[in-house]
Write a protein that binds this ligand. Structure first.
Ligand code: 5GP
Length: 114
């Protein structure tokens, strides 16, 4: 059996997490090293390693992450907007090989990103 990812271990309570959302398909936790006043990771329970591993049958699941992001952004009071990011691979800055959508808000973001 494949080794559990960090986020699977958090989902299963082996490692603590500050949960802001849970449903049957995904969960959301506050990032341990926040890059903005609000920094939440929205994570599918299915351990898809990265966007490069998303298959057509995952389209509904990935869409669900965006619906959840909208709901969390509203509950966090991000009325001036927010940023959603999937890092993919080394050049994309991905560190944890379990797909996750970053929700960042609470400050004005710059563009282009670093
Ligand atoms: P990535 O660089 O893979 O797109 O994002 C991984 C994110 O996971 C980083 O923002 C990092 O701060 C966060 N992270 C790493 N380890 C932990 C942890 O144990 N708990 C939480 N809540 N976040 C973590």
């Amino acid at each position: 059996m494949a080794e559990k990812t960090l986020f699977e271990r958090i989902a299963e309570g082996e490692i603590p997490g500050d949960f802001v959302h849970e449903d049957d398909r995904c969960f959301a936790i506050r990032d341990i090293n926040p890059k903005a006043p609000t920094h939440i990771l929205i994570i599918p329970r299915k351990p898809i390693p990265s966007n490069d591993h998303v298959e057509p049958e995952d389209a509904d699941l990935v869409g669900h992450l965006f619906v959840v992001a909208k709901s969390i952004a509203a509950s966090e009071g991000l009325v001036l907007g927010y940023r959603l990011v999937f890092n993919c691979g080394p050049d994309g800055g991905q560190e944890v090989a379990h797909l996750h959508l970053h929700l960042l808000g609470g400050r004005r973001m710059s563009w282009p990103p670093g």
